[in-house]
Design a protein around this ligand. Structure first.
Ligand SMILES: NC(=O)c1ccc[n+]([C@@H]2O[C@H](COP(=O)([O-])OP(=O)(O)OC[C@H]3O[C@@H](n4cnc5c(N)ncnc54)[C@H](O)[C@@H]3O)[C@@H](O)[C@H]2O)c1
Length: 357
C-alpha cells in the first residue's frame, strides 16, 4: 500500500510519512549530508534497533543508545548518557538523532537532539500508537525531574516523522487501547469520522493490520499536525488538544503515574463531557456516546467518588503552576471545542458526581 504524507506547516515545517514497511525510507530522510546517526531505543526494541543499525550502516556510522524503559528513560542522567555517546564519537551539527520507541523515547531523543550543539536533526520513528498519533508530533520534547513530569524540555520540531504501522507488531493490546484515548479525543474535538469508524466495528478499528486502523491513525495525525502547525508553542488553538487532560492529569497524579495516560484521559473526557452537559452545551446523546465508545475500547469512564478533594487540589496546583484560572476544554457539539474558564467549584463537583463510582 502507498505511503501517506502529512505536512506540518511552520518554521521549520516537516513531513510525517505514514505507511507499512517503510523503515527503508530512512536514508532518504536522513539525507546525504550526515555522517553519523544515533538511534535511541528501549531494550524492548533492541533486536529491531540492531536490524535498523545494520540496514543503515553501509551509508552512515550508526550508534545505538539503549535507554531504560518508559518514564525511567526520561531522566537527565539518561540524556547525559546520550550526550556522552555523541561526544565520544564526535557528533557534529550535520549528524542525526533517531528516536525509535514509544513517547518516552521520542521525548528523550527529542530533548537530546534539541540540546546537542544547540540543536541537530531529529527523526522520530514512533513504535506505540500514542507515540504515532501524539507524542512524536508537535515538537514537545522533555524529561522528568524529581519534582514532576515533563518539567524540563524544549519545543523542538523534528525534521521528519516516520510512522511505520508494522513497528506496532509486538505491542500489547493494552497499550494499543490506551493509545486509542487520544484517537477518540481527536474524534470528539474535530474528526467525527473517527467516532463512526470505532462504532461500526471496534474489533476491526483496533486491529493494527486493518485499513480502518490506518485511517484512524491518519485522521488523528492530520488533526494534530494541523493544530501544532498553527500554534507551535501552545499560545492558542493547541489548547483544544487538552480535551480530557485537565482532570486526566490529576487522575494520573492521584495514581502516582502507575496508570496508562490513556486510561486517565478517558475518565477526563467523560468528565469534560459532563461539564459540557451541565453548562447547557452538550446533548445527553453526545455524553452517552463518550461512555459507549470508551467502554467499547475497555477504557475506564468512572473514578472513586471519594477522590474528588484530591483531584481538585491537584488541578488547582496545576492551575497555579500555569498562573491562570482553571480551564477545561468542553464541547458545544462533536467537533466544536471551546474553553470553559474559571468554572464554579459547585459545577465542578456536580460534574464529578456524574462520573464518581
Ligand atoms: N511530546 C508530546 O507531545 C507527548 C504527548 C503525549 C505523551 N507524551 C509522553 O509519551 C510518554 C508515553 O508514551 P507511550 O505511551 O508510548 O509509552 P512508552 O514510551 O513508555 O512505551 C510503552 C511501553 O511499550 C514498549 N514498547 C514500545 N514500542 C513497542 C513495540 N513496538 N512493541 C513492544 N513494546 C513496545 C515500551 O518499551 C514501553 O514499555 C509519556 O512520557 C508522555 O509524557 C509526550
Amino acid at each position: 500500500m502507498s505511503t501517506t504524507t502529512v505536512t506540518v506547516t511552520g518554521e521549520p515545517g516537516y513531513d510525517i510519512r505514514i505507511g507499512r514497511d517503510i523503515l527503508g525510507d530512512l536514508p532518504e530522510l536522513i539525507g546525504p549530508g550526515a555522517a553519523k546517526v544515533l538511534i535511541v531505543h528501549p531494550a524492548t526494541l533492541g533486536a529491531r534497533a540492531e536490524r535498523l543499525r545494520v540496514s543503515l550502516s553501509d551509508r552512515y556510522e550508526v550508534l545505538l543508545a539503549e535507554i531504560p524503559d518508559a518514564e525511567t528513560g526520561k531522566r537527565i542522567e539518561v540524556a547525559a548518557f546520550c550526550w556522552q555517546v555523541m561526544g565520544q564519537s564526535d557528533f557534529t551539527r550535520s549528524d542525526v538523532v533517531i528516536g525509535f520507541g514509544g513517547g518516552s523515547v521520542t521525548d528523550l531523543a527529542g530533548f537530546v537532539a534539541a540540546t546537542w550543539l544547540r540543536g541537530i536533526a531529529l527523526i522520530q520513528v514512533p513504535t506505540t500508537l500514542l507515540g504515532m498519533v501524539d507524542a512524536s508530533i508537535g515538537g514537545k520534547t522533555g524529561i522528568n525531574t524529581n519534582e514532576g513530569k515533563n518539567l524540563v524540555g524544549a519545543f523542538y520540531a523534528p525534521s521528519a516523522v516516520l510512522v511505520d504501522l508494522d513497528t506496532l507488531d509486538g505491542l500489547s493490546q493494552n497499550e494499543i487501547l490506551a493509545g486509542f484515548a487520544e484517537v477518540v479525543k481527536a474524534g470528539f474535538i474535530a474528526e467525527p469520522e473517527i467516532l463512526d469508524i470505532i462504532e461500526r466495528d471496534v474489533d476491526v478499528a483496533t486491529d493494527p493490520h486493518s485499513a480502518e486502523f490506518r485511517r484512524l491513525v491518519e485522521l488523528s495525525i492530520a488533526l494534530k499536525a494541523r493544530v501544532v502547525g498553527e500554534d507551535f508553542k501552545e499560545n492558542g488553538l493547541r489548547e483544544i488538544l487538552n480535551y480530557g487532560h485537565t482532570l486526566g492529569h490529576a487522575v494520573e497524579y492521584a495514581e502516582r503515574f502507575q496508570w496508562r495516560h490513556g486510561a486517565a484521559v478517558a475518565i477526563g473526557m467523560v468528565y469534560a463531557a459532563e461539564l459540557g452537559r451541565l453548562t447547557g452545551r452538550l446533548s445527553d446523546d453526545v455524553v452517552d456516546r463518550h461512555r459507549s465508545i470508551l467502554t467499547s475500547l475497555q477504557l475506564p469512564i468512572s473514578y472513586p467518588a471519594g477522590r474528588w478533594p484530591t483531584l481538585l487540589s491537584v488541578m488547582k496546583r496545576d492551575k497555579k503552576a500555569r498562573g491562570a484560572l482553571l480551564r477545561f476544554i468542553v464541547l458545544d457539539d462533536v467537533a466544536r471545542p471551546t474553553v470553559l474558564t474559571g468554572p464554579d467549584e459547585s459545577l465542578l463537583f456536580a460534574a464529578y458526581q456524574e462520573i464518581g463510582s
